[in-house]
Design a protein around this ligand. Structure first.
Ligand SMILES: C[S@@+](CC[C@H](N)C(=O)[O-])C[C@H]1O[C@@H](n2cnc3c(N)ncnc32)[C@H](O)[C@@H]1O
Length: 246
């Protein structure tokens, strides 16, 4: 069979090296944010998001998964007119993100909301900022379908949604990549849920989705008429306890 796999380790390593940050402010911020938490946007994902945001020019952005505020700072830096609402479960990261964003002078255009996005998304603080024309989902991977369903009523017409880490180091595509030991069961659950989520994104009427093998896997979805789209309702009941980082 012809081999069409572009994600061989050499390609991944080459791409990691190829991207360079031309903005010194963001280069320094990436380094500082990485010292607070290693969880931050991969350079390939960053480059793609930058292009998408410049093309779409959204006015209202929603992010699920702030971490230390690196990606939120990128959005604010690239789009001087945009209002950014970002949700983070861990209080210490909310504090770090707020400090970063105010230090860069973005406080008036950014709002960090603390709490589990599954609760926060249904609350008044987010609804008051909606509708959003760009949504970035970058939090616990096992809850993506729940985040999506809660985001549906918050989407503007033509909303662009980017879901990060959907290929989960290859596990979504094949059990061959599965870790051994304690994490195996948790990883299986996440991979199964991500498959359900990607099936929904690619097959549901009214959604137009590309799944890219870039970074840790990115799903890019356009929702022309959110009110006509059915929610992702094929989730299995949660049977296993998963921590917030899922
Ligand atoms: C990959 S990091 C986000 C990185 C960030 N977007 C960036 O590029 O700078 C994921 C973050 O989501 C947060 N998180 C995970 N599950 C969450 C949930 N259910 N609600 C809110 N935040 C959550 C984690 O605490 C973590 O800080």
């Amino acid at each position: 069979m012809e081999t069409r796999n572009i994600t061989v380790p050499q390609t991944a390593a080459y791409l990691q090296e190829l991207y360079c940050q031309k903005d010194p402010l963001l280069a320094e911020l990436r380094q500082k944010s990485g010292e607070i938490t290693p969880a931050l946007l991969l350079p390939e994902a960053e480059a793609l998001l930058h292009q998408l945001l410049l093309l779409q020019q959204p006015r209202r952005i929603l992010e699920i998964g702030t971490a230390a505020g690196y990606s939120a700072a990128c959005f604010a830096r690239w789009l001087p007119q945009a209002q950014i609402t970002t949700i983070e479960a861990l209080p210490e990261l909310c504090t770090a993100a707020e400090k970063t964003l105010s230090g860069l002078g973005f406080s008036d255009r950014t709002c960090v909301l603390e709490g589990d996005a599954r609760q926060v998304l249904a609350g008044e603080a987010v609804r008051g900022k909606a509708p959003f024309d760009f949504i970035f989902i970058d939090a616990a991977k096992s809850h993506y379908a729940e985040f999506w369903n809660l985001c549906l009523p918050l989407m503007a017409r033509g909303c662009l949604i980017v879901s990060d880490n959907v290929l989960f180091k290859g596990l979504t595509a094949s059990a061959d990549f599965e870790a051994e030991g304690k994490k195996k069961r948790k990883h299986r659950t996440i991979a199964r849920r991500l498959r359900t989520y990607l099936t929904y994104l690619t097959q549901q009427e009214g959604l137009l989705t590309s799944v890219l093998a870039a970074g840790d896997g990115l799903a890019i979805t356009i929702v022309a008429e959110p009110e006509g789209v059915l929610p992702c309702n094929t989730l299995q009941p949660q049977t296993e306890k998963e921590d917030i980082h899922g």
